[in-house]
Write a protein that binds this ligand. Structure first.
Ligand code: PLP
Ligand code: TYF
Length: 397
């Protein structure tokens, strides 16, 4: 039966993890996978999560099946977070939200629903984008193409190219947009550029699909969410996937969501019924623990405040690492201007290093980033940053 099964390629990012784990160099640094580590190099367990779990353990509950769309209090907390508590979008009942298995699960439920709705639509993702975007939408049956995004020469965004591509896309094209903290480049659109993108998707009748995997890691929870408000104000229907993997440091619990903004409540009810079919035929219903933790934190004022504080601390620490990196690269003798690292936002930096330089960093110095030059700034700390900058200085010459 399995004679002809070919060996599939490894996920390029998760494959790096395996290589890193097998590396015996005590100075090794993993800047490959997008995971936030604290200044001790440890994966944090947030205090708000610990407290919520303690409360849950003090009043343990039996584990019946959840509803197909997840915990009601979770879905409502996600709506408030993404669209704004008390916003008209939420109050009018126009948002259909389902709990999903991480941000990836939210994307996949959305992709499967869209495939039934618009089987012939094309999907446009940014060039470059998170590796899994192309694979996920391709596996859902779509033809996936890319719109220009990164401009290597200008160390920024090829915004004219992006707008031109969106303007040329046929009506109904699904456009995947990173709501904030673009993975892998670290370059986000300005508010003014977002206004233009919103205008084009509206004028061209494109279908915006916002991937929000890093809300709170850019400028703040509300600031990063402002782009959602722009799409709402424009009167378009659109999709938003949410991930709490990074913002709650709950990677392994698989907590995320899909929200769909519809024209009215009655439409949202019909959309929700279809999302539930997608879920039921894939995994029936989501798991209880992670969703309960996040719902408890978001719906308990003191825990919510604690979460905001802890998330802000992660955001600030990443910014400090960016500033320190620019200074230390200079001090280590790097002649070229590296100040762009401070302009980028979120967990990643497109460093501009070539594939050869990235391979040298890995093979000679055990500093792991992706071949594309992406480094996870959120994995730098006061103990490894000098070493990393010294190694980068050696490979860039
Ligand atoms: N979307 C983007 C842009 C990401 O970087 C990630 C990374 O993890 C995800 C989605 C997936 O998130 P999750 O781990 O919650 O599935
Ligand atoms: O881009 C990253 O590093 C994160 C983590 O298949 C990740 O988003 C990477 C690959 C993957 C799943 C998660």
């Amino acid at each position: 039966l399995f004679n002809a099964v070919e060996m599939a390629p490894r996920d390029p990012i998760l494959g790096l993890n395996e290589q890193f784990n097998a590396d015996s160099n005590p100075d090794k640094v993993n800047l490959g996978v997008g995971v936030y580590y604290d200044d001790n190099g440890k994966l944090p367990l947030l205090e708000c999560v610990k407290t919520a779990e303690k409360q849950m353990m003090e009043a343990p509950k039996a584990r019946g099946y959840l509803p197909i769309d997840g915990i009601a209090a979770y879905d409502s907390a996600v709506k408030n977070l993404v669209f704004g508590a008390g916003s008209d979008a939420v109050k009018s009942g126009r948002v259909a939200t389902v709990q999903a298995l991480g941000g990836t699960g939210g994307l996949k439920v959305g992709a499967d629903f869209l495939k039934r709705l618009s089987p012939n639509a094309k999907v446009l993702i940014s060039d470059p984008s998170w590796e899994n975007h192309r694979a996920l939408f391709t596996n859902a049956g779509f033809v996936v193409e890319a719109y220009p995004y990164y401009d290597a020469a200008r160390r920024g965004i090829n915004f004219d190219g992006m707008l031109t591509a969106l303007n040329a896309a046929p009506a109904g094209t699904i456009v995947l947009l990173h709501a904030c903290c673009h993975n892998p480049t670290g370059y986000d659109l300005t508010a003014g550029q977002w206004d233009q993108v919103v205008a084009v998707t509206k004028a061209r009748q494109l279908v915006p699909f916002l991937d929000m995997a890093y809300q709170g890691f850019g400028a703040g929870i509300a600031e990063d969410g402002a782009v959602i408000g722009k799409f709402v104000a424009s009167g378009q229907d659109f999709f938003v996937s949410t991930s709490f993997s990074k913002s709650f440091s709950l990677y392994g619990e698989r907590v995320g969501a899909l929200s769909v903004l519809c024209s009215n409540k009655e439409e949202a009810d019909r959309v929700l019924s279809q999302l539930k079919i997608v879920i039921r035929t894939n995994y029936s219903n989501p798991p209880t623990h992670g969703g309960q933790v996040v719902a408890t934190v978001l719906n308990t004022p003191e825990l919510r405040a604690l979460w905001e504080k802890e998330l802000a601390a992660m955001r600030v620490r990443i910014k400090q690492m960016r500033t320190a990196m620019v200074q230390k690269l200079k001090a280590a003798g790097v002649k070229q201007d590296m100040s762009f690292i401070e302009q980028q936002v979120g967990m990643f930096s497109y460093s501009g290093l070539t594939k050869d330089q990235m391979v040298r960093l890995r093979s000679e110095f055990s500093v792991y980033g992706t071949d594309t030059g992406r480094m996870c700034v959120a994995a730098l700390n006061s103990r490894n940053i000098d070493y990393v900058c010294a190694c980068i200085a050696k490979v860039v010459g």
